[in-house]
Design a protein around this ligand. Structure first.
Ligand code: FPP
Ligand code: MG
Length: 362
């Protein structure tokens, strides 16, 4: 199933996308080179006991398999936001912003390893999910705890002498709890486990995605950069949060659409939302449009013929078009929100984040 193709038709769009590429590939290269430095540091620092050699080797594999292979939108955003916030940042701080970006990627990797177990997923980032690897299985639970706790080792090593150290640490703790709470809602939208659309409302949907995705994917990276830039004012943080939560909602709607309609070759993962009975944006929109007959029987079952029927129905109900409208509408709304709320923060910081994800295919 493919969404109707959309070409960037105007020269403005094309020019924009070329500019986006050149500046961001330099940033990406700078960011990428930090990863091996961090892993090697973790192996020699703190975990250096000879008797832990075996554990260290395993840990290295866990990190290398799970941390560096995503799109790295969140990590790169910390680095980029910091550059937007500080006039002529020095090399040391740029390096630190990159490290903080990697902490977010470590955070993301721990969530994804956990989420794939809970959602019974098969592939992630073009590879087998970690828990499905030969010789891993439920050891993945220990590994995701490894990944989570690594964040605090890195923070301590690089930031413990900074005045904003506690802010960073608290933000990671707070964000973990927010995400876990959202995941709880995501997993319990059908409490009985049976086909029951009672809670599949747009309100419920917005609540789920705010907590399970938007806080950690959007508010966290920018707030970290703000703390590094020593911006602590709660009003400024609050306004940034409002913009970023809206952006995060848009991102999760994209994720839901791609789960169903994208090419797994592009996204690197095979969608499971229909089988898993998820309160996805698509099913919420479909429920608002369909008749009693169309509501019946096919959702939430591990049966590829039924999954295909649901996808056919989505197309029949015009959801691909509706999604395109939603994308365009979201862009417009976001630009207005940015104008209204960015205050002393550089608009460019938010606009760049939005441009990084707008009309994404993966
Ligand atoms: C994919 O991001 C991830 C999401 C769209 C968020 C889904 C939410 C979770 C995984 C939260 C799970 C929560 C718990 C508590 C386990 P992406 O497409 O940017 O991924 P990438 O890093 O692979 O590119
Ligand atoms: Mg999930």
């Amino acid at each position: 199933y493919h969404a109707p193709g959309r070409l960037l038709t105007t020269t403005g769009d094309q020019r924009h996308s070329i500019e986006r590429k050149t500046s961001s590939s330099r940033d990406q290269a700078y960011f990428d080179q930090i990863f091996p430095e961090l892993v090697n540091g973790l192996l020699t620092n703190g975990l250096h006991y000879a008797e832990l050699q075996e554990a260290n080797q395993w840990f290295k594999k866990v990190c290398e398999y799970n941390v560096p292979c995503g799109k790295k939108i969140r990590g790169l955003t910390v680095q980029h936001s910091y550059k937007c916030l500080v006039n002529k940042p020095n090399q040391d701080n740029l390096h630190l912003a990159g490290i903080l970006g990697w902490c977010v990627e470590w955070f993301q990797s721990f969530l994804l390893v956990a989420d794939d177990i809970m959602d019974n997923s098969i592939t992630r980032r073009g590879k087998s999910c970690w828990y499905r690897r030969e010789g891993v299985g439920l050891k993945a639970i220990n590994d995701l705890l490894y990944l989570e706790n690594t964040i605090y080792v890195i923070l301590k090593k690089y930031f413990s002498t900074k005045p904003y150290y506690v802010d960073l640490m608290e933000l990671f703790h707070e964000t973990a709890l927010q995400t876990i709470t959202g995941q709880c809602l995501d997993l319990n939208t059908t409490p009985s486990g049976r086909l029951d659309f009672t809670y599949f409302t747009l309100d419920r949907y917005h609540t789920i995605v705010k907590w399970k995705t938007a806080y950690y994917s959007f508010c966290l990276p920018v707030a970290l950069a703000m703390y590094m830039a020593e911006i602590t004012d709660t009003k400024t943080h609050g306004n940034a949060r409002e913009i970023l939560l809206r952006m995060g909602t848009y991102f999760q709607v994209q994720d839901d659409y791609l789960d169903c309609f994208s090419d797994p070759e592009l996204t690197g993962k095979i969608g499971t939302d229909i089988e898993d009975n998820k309160c996805s944006w698509l099913v919420v929109q479909a429920l608002a449009k369909c008749n009693d007959e169309q509501r019946k029987d096919n959702y939430g079952q591990n049966d590829s013929a039924k999954v295909s029927k649901v996808k056919d129905l989505y197309i029949e109900l015009g959801l691909p078009d509706l999604y395109q409208q939603y994308e365009d509408e979201s862009y417009k709304q976001l630009m207005e929100l940015i104008d209204k709320l960015s205050g002393s923060l550089p608009k460019e910081m938010f606009v760049a984040y939005m441009n990084r994800i707008f009309r994404r295919q993966r």
